[in-house]
Design a protein around this ligand. Structure first.
Ligand code: MG
Ligand code: FE
Ligand code: FE
Length: 168
């Protein structure tokens, strides 16, 4: 445990930051799996474009889990060890895909990103001016989540526009 590194926290306990990071860590694993499995089952118009985006996002969410676990360890904590805990501690729900249509899948993924954006915005407020390293790391993740929402929304809008051309 890096004592000097931890000593720079101001007005927040390392354990409190660890708990917040661990909750986000659970979200990232669930987000990773949701994208992973959505990319497998998605059907319908322009699904190839959706698969590329879903797989890219899966890789990003897994990278976020790596970033969070690194910071948890720096603070002297342990990343959540059992997948059973993921659903218990996650901030956002896990929505198993039911409708495999590309628009339904994208819609569900957009909601997931919106939840992630809310979660990380709150986390930033809690560590602002207290833990600058966590603040910086979470800011990077938040920027990715904002990009994810935009990528999915613009793909969704393109599909809607494309389909509208076939309506009388
Ligand atoms: Mg993307
Ligand atoms: Fe993420
Ligand atoms: Fe994301």
């Amino acid at each position: 445990m890096a004592r000097r590194g931890i000593s720079i926290l101001k007005g927040i306990e390392a354990q409190e930051v660890i708990n917040l990071l661990n909750r986000a860590y659970c979200d990232e694993w669930l987000a990773y799996y949701q994208y992973f499995v959505e990319a497998k089952v998605v059907k319908g118009i322009m699904k190839d474009a959706a698969i590329v985006e879903l797989n890219q996002h899966a890789a990003d969410e897994l990278r976020h889990a790596t970033m969070l676990s690194g910071r948890i360890l720096q603070l002297g904590g342990t990343p959540i060890l059992h997948p059973d805990e993921w659903l218990k501690y996650a901030n956002c729900k896990y929505e198993a895909p039911k409708n495999f249509d590309v628009r339904a899948i994208l819609d569900q993924a957009i909601s997931g990103e919106q939840c992630a954006i809310g979660t990380y915005s709150n986390l930033l407020e809690l560590v602002r001016d207290k833990d600058i390293v966590t603040y910086d790391l979470v800011s990077q993740i938040l920027a990715d989540e904002v990009e994810h929402e935009e990528d999915l929304q613009s793909l969704f809008d393109d599909i809607e526009t494309f389909m509208a051309q076939f309506k009388v």
